[in-house]
Design a protein around this ligand. Sequence first.
Ligand code: CP
Length: 316
Amino acid sequence: MKKYTSVDDIENLDQILQLAKKIKENPFDYKELGKNKTLGLLFFNPSLRTRLSTQKAAQNLGMECIVMNLNNEGWTLEFEDGAIMNGSASEHIKEAAKVISQYCDLIGIRSFPSLKDKDKDEAEFIISSFVKHSTVPVISLEGSTEHPLQALADALTIEEYKTTKRPKVVLSWAPHPKALPQSVPNSFIKMMKKMDVDFVITHPEGYELNPEITKGVSIEYNQDEAFKNADFIYGKNWSNYNHYGEITNNDPAWTIGSRQMNLTNNAKFMHCLPVRRNVVVTDEILDSDSSIVIPQANNRTYSAQTIITSLLNNLE
Ligand code: CP
């Protein structure tokens, strides 16, 4: 593995999941691997889990970690080639990425989409610019279109909690007061397509995601129908992809509660967090034994540690 900015960067998921399980059993076994190595974490957006779990992963591997909130602590960056920099941007990505590469052996970047300029967001222009101009491997800490570290933690969680060989996994849209990115569902869909699961997506009509990503996946517009006999329910809001970044539906009937969960095969409830209680999912479900959101978040450390280990093993 040379970079991890998409679930597509995983060549062999079974191998990666085996490594993740091994690392989780003995998190300090690879303490020598990161000795005298530095991980740089650059945030253009807020984070709780990604920031702390990735630092924890680096510590478990014996690495040093440098963290910077680039949106308000660094110079405003210019990303356009050939720009005449007489505006607000003080530093070009060409210099910034090369300079940071001298300080860090791996660079992680969080950069959310604008949800206004679809072409720019789909090009992952910030993370792609770092990949282009850095001289060290880049990890997405959630980009405009994907959250691949989250998806690996999700896959590990399903592996740990499944009680049948081929569980039914349902990704359910749920309401939210703010327009949210499609990154988490996109990476989750890509990951489920790599796993041996019976996978269904349910959302209101009009909330279809990128058809290139959902190609081949069952889409059920009736949420109750989709939940029948499910083993895992993954709740998540996303904003409209076709009317890009808009909220065109906020129907509270889609809030995940006991009405829908009672239709499942005693399903486990998953969510990447942070979650809006009683908007996305009810207190009753989040506070019940069916919720596995806390162990799911714990797996973020082992997901990050697995990817960092794979990248360190491939450093030239
Ligand atoms: N799930 C997730 O990425 O959480 P944070 O936004 O808190 O990092």
